[in-house]
Design a protein. Structure first.
Length: 309
């Protein structure tokens, strides 16, 4: 049901929605700009290579992110009128956007760690079991949440907003807590094998940057961003959480929104590109490139990978 009101008490809410729409557009611009910025790399390292699982995951994450970013603009536009049904659909899409993106990112992490541990079968089984437990639990929660979603259009002083209901802050926080546990485990396992590798290299006097170095750098940066987003999300459990009544709340929501899109759709694809680019440089610049480890995320690079990742 559409609610129409010209009550001045709604003006702070109108201002909040208007500022939020700016952040939505900003996050969309950042995602598309990063795609344009890295498209040359993407073309050389993905499109021109023989396709592999990692290629498919990269393309799904990259272009799924662009589509979701664009679809977030209409419901946030205060000058665009949408029906209650359309409002519900947009909220449904936002819920599943995070679930699908995090599943893709989880598979990328498993592939990276499996390669770092020299394709250990035990490690692969361990990672798959843990990730499935987290993904299935989060998926069930998302299904419960999305089945209770309701949306209604608000027409406030000539502006339009989508008001959502039926979401549980507690259930949402649980999914982010589970995600944080998974990402912390992935970081620990990556750091553990990387430290062992670095010690071995130092003992031989080698300080040249290798794939392990590139991988751990991108992994740490990605985890830091994920932890920040998760902290923002979990903070809504607090009774003192932002409620959209001040300029500080607008900034809080804005930083949360942009950080979430950066973590999923900017740093996520770069997890793949960074390692592929480094391995390509090694192939071009070193006669010893064929001795690279299996963590080179290339489908057809002339290296000893024991199989494409």
């Amino acid at each position: 049901m559409t609610i129409v009101s010209n009550d001045p008490n709604w003006w702070p809410t109108i201002d909040f929605f208007r500022v939020e729409s700016y952040y939505v557009v900003a996050s969309t611009v950042v995602v598309i700009y990063d795609w344009a910025l890295t498209f040359e790399q993407e073309f050389e390292l993905v499109w021109k290579r023989r396709w592999s699982l990692m290629s498919v995951l990269y393309l799904c994450l990259r272009y799924f992110g662009i589509v979701c970013s664009v679809l977030n603009i209409p419901p946030s536009n205060v000058t665009l009128s949408v029906t209650d049904a359309v409002s519900t659909v947009f909220n449904f899409e936002q819920w599943w956007m995070f679930a699908i993106a995090n599943i893709i990112l989880g598979v990328i992490m498993i592939t990276r760690l499996h390669a770092m541990y020299q394709r250990s079968r035990k490690m692969l089984i361990f990672l798959v079991v843990v990730f499935l437990a987290v993904a299935i639990t989060s998926g069930v929660i998302t299904i419960i949440q999305s089945s209770h979603i309701t949306g209604e259009e608000l027409v406030l002083s000539g502006t339009y907003q989508c008001n959502y209901g039926g979401n549980s802050i507690l259930l949402s926080a649980i999914t982010w807590i589970l995600g944080t546990v998974w990402e912390a485990l992935a970081l620990y396992l990556a750091a553990r094998v990387a430290i062992k590798h670095f010690r071995e290299r130092l003992s031989t006097g080698s300080i040249i940057e290798d794939c392990f170095t590139v991988l751990i750098k991108s992994h740490v940066f990605y985890f830091a961003t994920f932890a920040a987003v998760a902290s923002f999300r979990i903070s809504f459990l607090s009774p003192n959480s932002p409620n959209g009544s001040s300029e500080g709340d607008e900034l809080y929501y804005g930083v949360l929104l942009i950080s979430a899109f950066l973590q999923m759709f900017l740093l996520g694809p770069r997890l793949v590109l960074s390692v592929r680019e480094h391995s390509t440089k090694l192939v071009a610049d070193s006669d010893d490139a064929t001795a690279m480890t299996t963590i080179a995320f290339q489908a057809d690079a002339p290296v000893s990978t024991g199989g494409s990742v």
